[in-house]
Write a protein that binds this ligand. Structure first.
Ligand SMILES: [Zn+2]
Length: 590
């Protein structure tokens, strides 16, 4: 068993370990590589412009994290091609399809980037060019393999001229059209060859070498060698329109509907999820991944132990279909919580409209599992993840529920990610995320920012003021933008731009967005007038930060526009993150 995943950088321990193993393979299998070239891999991944190639590393690793093969793909956005610099699988014939899977993944990535094709070098399979019989056998096997994908050497050029006079056995340049029709023009080929030679060989070639090789490309279109290995049928690869990990990992709390409070006017209803799912369904932005179960310990790392135990016990005791509304609030005598469990509700609650029922605990724990699963997907190669959950969570404090919230899924996911680096929680729900603020109020490693209706007139009324800036070590790491009662899309963006400037100074490894759709026009709980185009612009601004981002669903109650607004937010987010104009390649469009 193996899986193929993309390594974006060396931020996470798992990825760092994979890069170390790749370096080990490079040392043992590519004896001619200089140590400095091997060690520059992490820098190459982090700083593409410096090397004039965007490096994309794929590894095939097994369940224990042992790297069994890898491919290093170089993307030249300025010239519009991909160059496969290295592909390697473990030597002892135990590859088990790893080479093929890696090559297909590379082709899929290249296709998704909309380039003219994939280029790479391969040592020659002619006895006149390669005298070593063992090597000749390997080279033939390789060229036979690539031929099945339609990739063949470009002929009638001087590409095979050794870099230094006297060297032997110089490689062919192969071209893979990625299954498309049409040839490669001389002009395209010349700019590709110049870029490949300049960027990969740089100073090691003799003066005039690059010009000589480039000028030797005379045919227009260039010619590929005739197929040589009859009998090997052509592979028609599965058409994947664009790369899997460029999609947004979507985790949905499937069992949310068990939590259904049927009292009139209770706007936090199951239909919200269906509305959003329908809105985003045909964008092609998402790939759905199943939620995993996480131990309750994850909840207790953020919430008070007694509070968690209380919620579990009291919910189990409530009669099915009934709701218990807190009505006694023993705020002064905290040492004597009421003995009766339902009576005790007010001991742990901040308002009178968030009831306990039979399924509240189970549904809230389900939402936590989804948020954590989505957070985890950011370790598995996804850069964007969306936990579409209810009940929401951002009003839930360390030891209190309220505002339709029981467990603070956003905070639990942010805390989980904070083990791997600094996190920013950006709350863009109409209501202040008092729970998230309270949970991280004294921490400097999690910056909390919230843009919301001023507590003077908006729930939760007691928190969200501009002077709440953090406490102790956390001073300066909580930032509130309380906005007036009427806010347009433009005015909102001004606040968002300020928030994002602070965020960028903090330079987080991860961003968690508490995503409310209640700033929307006509939301029954809000007073602002944001429309679909505004949500798209907000999404784009957040995406352009290019920080691995987890979106957790919070509020938003105008069922009619939830789907459209969510759809536009995610289109903006995706295009902002991947820096592409719609239509510039075969990516998702509106
Ligand atoms: Zn809200």
């Amino acid at each position: 068993m193996f899986r193929i995943r993309r390594i974006h950088d060396d931020t996470l321990p798992l990825d760092r370990e994979a890069i170390t193993q790749v370096e080990g393979i490079l040392r043992s299998q590519f004896a001619s590589l200089a140590e400095a070239d091997i060690q520059k891999l992490p820098r190459q991944l982090r700083n593409p412009l410096h090397y004039r190639f965007r490096s994309i590393l794929f590894v095939a690793d097994d369940l224990r994290g042992k790297v069994r093969g890898f491919a290093l793909l170089q993307h030249a956005p300025d010239v519009g091609f991909c160059y496969l610099e290295l592909i390697s699988v473990e030597p002892k014939g135990t590859g088990g399809g790893i080479g093929g899977a890696l090559y297909e993944r590379v082709r899929e990535e290249a296709r998704s980037l909309g380039v003219i094709g994939l280029f790479f070098e391969c040592l020659p399979d002619e006895p006149t060019l390669c005298r070593d019989l063992e090597l000749l056998k390997q080279n033939r096997a390789r060229l036979r393999f690539y031929e099945r994908y339609g990739a063949r050497p470009i002929i009638r050029t001087a590409y095979e001229t050794p870099l230094k006079p006297g060297d032997r056995c110089a490689p062919h340049l192969l071209f893979d059209r990625l299954g498309r029709e049409g040839g490669l023009s001389r002009k395209q080929a010349r700019s590709v060859v110049r870029a490949v030679l300049d960027r990969t060989y740089g100073k090691s070639s003799s003066p005039g070498y690059v010009d000589m090789v480039v000028a030797s490309f005379q045919d227009d279109p260039v010619r590929l060698r005739e197929p040589r290995y009859a009998g090997g049928e052509t592979i028609t690869p599965v058409r994947v329109p664009w790369s899997i990990d460029m999609k947004i990992a979507l985790v949905v709390n499937d069992r949310h509907a068990i939590h259904h409070i049927r009292e009139r006017g209770y706007v936090e209803s199951p239909v919200r999820i269906g509305s959003i799912l329908r809105g985003i369904a045909d964008t092609e932005l998402f790939t759905r991944i199943p939620p995993r179960h996480f131990p309750e310990r994850r909840v207790k790392e953020v919430h008070d132990l007694h509070y968690v135990e209380y919620l579990k016990r009291v919910c189990a005791k409530v009669e099915a279909g009934k709701s218990v509304y807190p009505y006694v609030f023993p705020i002064r005598n905290a040492t004597k919580p009421p003995r009766e469990l339902p009576l005790r509700a007010g001991y742990y609650c901040i308002d009178t409209f968030t009831p306990l029922n039979r399924n509240a605990y189970v549904a809230a724990k389900g939402a936590v599992d989804c948020a954590l699963s989505a957070a985890r997907s950011l370790h598995q190669g996804y850069r964007l993840a969306y936990a579409l959950v209810r009940p929401p969570g951002h009003h839930a404090e360390r030891r209190a529920f309220g505002g339709f919230c029981y467990f603070n899924s956003t905070a639990i996911a942010a805390h989980y990610l904070s083990a791997f680096g600094e996190v920013v929680v950006l709350d863009i729900d109409y209501h202040h995320g008092n729970g998230t603020q309270e949970i991280f109020y004294e921490r400097a490693d999690v910056l909390t920012i919230s843009i919301h209706g001023h507590p003077r007139f908006a729930y939760p009324y007691f928190s969200g003021f501009a002077d709440e800036r953090g406490k102790g070590a956390g001073v300066g790491y909580n930032l509130n933008f309380p906005l007036p009662e009427g806010v347009t899309g433009d005015e909102y963006r001004q606040a968002l731009a300020k928030a994002l400037r602070r965020l960028q100074r903090f330079a987080p490894k991860f961003l968690v967005v508490a995503f409310g759709l209640d700033p929307a026009k006509d939301d029954p709980t809000g007073s602002w007038s944001l429309q679909a185009k505004d949500f798209e612009a907000n999404g784009r601004m957040i995406g352009s930060l290019r920080v691995p981002t987890l979106i957790v669903q919070e509020g938003g109650y105008r069922v009619r526009s939830l789907g459209t607004n969510a759809r536009h937010f995610f289109l903006g987010l995706w295009h902002g993150f991947h820096g592409r104009r719609p239509g510039a390649f075969s990516g998702p469009t509106r």
